[in-house]
Design a protein around this ligand. Structure first.
Ligand code: NAD
Ligand code: APR
Length: 236
C-alpha cells in the first residue's frame, strides 16, 4: 500500500508550536501580519523584524518535543519498510519534529527553520542559533546575507514536481492538521480525487476543503493519528 501523508501546523500544535489559523482565531496570523513577517518584501524592507520573528520561533522549536502523532507516523514508516508498503511524508511545517520522532526523508515544502540560506551564494546550511546582520555565510564568507531557509508568501514551494509525482502514485492521500487554506498544498486533495485516489482528512475541526475528502476524522492529532496508524497496520 502506498500512502501519501501531508501534514500542517496542527500536527505540531500539541508540541507547543502555534498554528497559523484556526476557527477560534487564535493562530499566529491572527496576532501577526504575515505580509510584514512572511514575504520577501517584508524581509527586504525590515530584515531585523523578520529575523527576530524566526529567531524566536527557532528558539521555541529547540525547546519543543515531538508528540504521539509524530511518533505514530514514524512507526508507520518503519512498519511499511519492514513489511512492504511505502509512506511518503510531505510537511508544510518548518519544524524538525517529524525527524526527531524518527521519520526519514521528510519533504519540507515550505523549507526548514533549522536551516539558513545565503542570499548571495544560495548555500543552505544547518542553523540552530539566531540569524542577523552579523551572521556569516561559511560557504562564501559574506556577512549579513543569511535568511531563514523558509518559503514565504509569494515564493515557490520546494520540491513541487517530486511531491506531485509521489502523490499521483499513492493509493491513499491523508491530510493531517492543515486548514487547507494555502496553495498548492490545499489543492492536493483535488489532485488525488481527480486521479481516483482515496482521501482522508485528520484534523481538530473541519478544514476549508473538508467537503472534498472521502473520509474525515476529527480530534487532537496526538489521539487521532495513532488510532489511524493502528487501523492501517491492522488492515495491512
Ligand atoms: P498563499 O496561497 O500561500 O496565500 C494566499 C495569499 O493570502 C498570500 O499570497 C497572502 O498574500 C494572503 N494572505 C494575507 N493575509 C493572510 C493570512 N492572514 N493568512 C494567509 N494568507 C494571507 O500565497 P502564495 O504567495 O501563493 O504562497 C506561496 C507559497 O508560500 C505557498 O506554498 C505557501 O504555503 C508558502 N508560504 C509559506 C509561509 C511560511 O511561513 N513558511 C508563509 C506563507 C506562505
Ligand atoms: N490536532 C489536529 N489538528 C489541529 C490541532 C491538533 N491538536 N490543533 C489545531 N489543529 C488544526 C486547526 O484546526 C487547523 O485546521 O490544524 C490546522 C492548522 O492550520 P494552519 O494553522 O492554517 O496551518 P497550515 O495548514 O499548516 O498552514 C499552511 O500557511 O502560513 C502558511 O507556511 C504557512 O505552512 C503554513 C501554511
Amino acid at each position: 500500500m502506498r500512502i501519501f501523508v501531508l501534514t500542517g501546523a496542527g500536527v505540531s500544535a500539541e508540541s507547543g508550536l502555534g498554528t497559523f489559523r484556526d476557527k477560534a482565531g487564535t493562530g499566529i496570523w491572527a496576532r501577526f501580519d504575515p505580509m510584514k513577517l512572511a514575504t520577501p518584501e517584508a524581509f527586504a524592507a525590515d530584515p531585523d523584524t523578520v529575523q527576530a520573528f524566526y529567531n524566536a520561533r527557532r528558539r521555541n522549536l529547540v525547546e519543543a518535543e515531538p508528540n504521539a502523532a509524530h511518533a505514530a507516523l514514524a512507526r508507520l514508516e518503519r512498519e511499511f519498510a519492514a513489511h512492504g508498503g511505502r509512506l511518503v511524508l510531505v510537511t508544510q511545517n518548518i519544524d524538525d519534529l517529524h525527524e526527531r520522532a524518527g521519520s526519514s526523508d521528510v519533504i519540507h515544502m515550505h523549507g526548514e527553520l533549522l536551516k539558513s540560506r545565503c542570499t548571495r551564494c544560495g548555500t543552505v546550511a544547518p542553523e540552530r542559533g539566531d540569524l542577523g546582520p552579523h551572521s556569516v555565510c561559511l560557504a562564501c564568507g559574506e556577512i549579513g546575507t543569511l535568511r531563514p531557509h523558509v518559503v514565504w508568501f509569494g515564493e515557490m514551494p520546494l520540491e513541487m514536481e517530486r511531491i506531485e509525482d509521489e502523490l499521483l502514485r499513492a493509493d491513499l492521500f491523508v491530510a493531517i492538521g492543515t486548514s487547507g487554506s494555502v496553495y498548492p498544498a490545499a489543492g492536493y486533495v483535488s489532485l488525488a480525487r481527480d486521479a481516483g485516489i482515496a482521501t482522508c482528512e485528520i484534523n481538530l475541526e473541519p478544514s476549508d476543503n473538508a467537503f472534498l475528502f472521502d473520509e474525515r476524522r476529527y480530534g487532537p492529532a496526538s489521539e487521532a493519528v495513532p488510532a489511524f496508524v493502528d487501523e492501517i497496520l491492522r488492515r495491512a
